[in-house]
Design a protein around this ligand. Structure first.
Ligand SMILES: NC(=O)c1ccc[n+]([C@@H]2O[C@H](COP(=O)([O-])OP(=O)(O)OC[C@H]3O[C@@H](n4cnc5c(N)ncnc54)[C@H](O)[C@@H]3O)[C@@H](O)[C@H]2O)c1
Length: 288
């Protein structure tokens, strides 16, 4: 039967790299498909996993190259069980009125077309193998709200998340599961922010008070690719320290209102029934 086999795009850096580490720990054979040869070669050397991890120099927005990376995986290790579409760039940024169409298209090519190409060609191979499979795509919290990411990137990630559901539906009969992770703010080279830089949003915009690390997301990727997730397909799992759950945080406005500080009760609105309120504890400063 041999080891399970995964192809991880963007596996040279950040969350792709952390996912590769998880798969190697679980005894997989892995191919890293990445555009950055220099970083990929350094990463592979650091894994120290010998022939169990190989590199495929690939631009995932190019159909022939993506197909070739999948063919290389099957040639090297005999099959393909898991595809992780982690490659990504920030893409076009700036006011919509100023964005260049070429930059918009580049963003869509790298972020969305690549995932379509992966889903298309891995789907063909997995279907022919007849043993099922798992595909995990990288979405983003940017797909959920206008204020959570740059425009072209966020629209493309919304496409990735919807494509995930479309593919899950189409491939289910072949026991190929397709899911996505939607990371929040994760300290990778892509965003170039450290845990220290993120301090102002920790415990506030992001409710969990510690910074998002690549391995937090890789753990979810590894789970989605495993048999523990055998009944999960078409799902987008947000991995964001509670940011999207917190939403606009109007509750904070209320909680931070000194007039309400330390009060507890129930507001029965305009029912004509009596509301109640009493002072609970004296809270110094801003309540959490
Ligand atoms: N870091 C975050 O906060 C964050 C949040 C939400 C979603 N994401 C998404 O997570 C995924 C991983 O990002 P990361 O933060 O680990 O970034 P990263 O920059 O550390 O790694 C991305 C990798 O993708 C590779 N890549 C880029 N374009 C490519 C192409 N055309 N072909 C092949 N490889 C290519 C890069 O060379 C790099 O190795 C991306 O899809 C990103 O959009 C990141």
């Amino acid at each position: 039967m041999g080891n399970e086999v995964a192809l991880v795009t963007g596996g040279a850096s950040g969350m792709g790299r952390a996912s590769v580490a998880r798969f190697l720990d679980r005894g997989f054979d892995v191919v890293v498909a990445d555009l950055n040869r220099e970083v990929a070669e350094r990463t592979l050397a650091e894994f120290d996993a010998g022939d169990r991890v190989r590199f495929a120099h690939t631009d995932v927005s190019d159909e022939e190259q993506f197909e070739a990376a999948i063919a290389q995986t099957v040639e090297s290790f005999g099959k393909l069980d898991v595809l992780v579409n982690a490659a990504g760039v920030g893409g076009a940024f700036g006011p919509l009125t100023e964005l260049e169409v070429d930059d918009w298209d580049y963003t869509f090519d790298v972020v969305l077309r690549s995932v379509f190409l992966g889903v298309k060609h891995a789907g063909r191979v997995m279907r022919a193998q007849g043993t099922g499979g798992a595909i995990v795509n990288f979405g983003s919290v940017g797909a959920f709200a206008a204020g959570a990411g740059v425009q072209a990137y966020s629209v493309a990630k919304a496409g990735v998340q919807h494509l995930t559901k479309i593919a899950a539906f189409e491939y289910a009969a072949d026991r190929i599961r397709v899911n996505a992770v939607a990371p929040g703010i994760i300290t990778t080279p892509l965003i170039g922010l450290t845990a220290e830089d993120l301090k102002p949003v920790l415990g506030t915009v992001q409710p969990l008070p510690y910074a998002g690390e690549p391995d937090f997301v890789a753990g979810v990727v590894s789970f989605l690719a495993s048999d523990d997730a055998k009944f999960i397909t078409g799902e987008v799992i947000t991995v964001d320290g509670g940011m999207i759950a917190a939403g606009p945080q109007l509750g904070n406005l209320v909680n931070n209102n000194p007039a309400l500080n330390g009060l507890v009760g129930v507001n029965r609105g305009s029912t004509g029934q009596k509301s109640k309120v009493h002072r609970t504890v004296e809270v110094a400063g801003t309540p959490r």
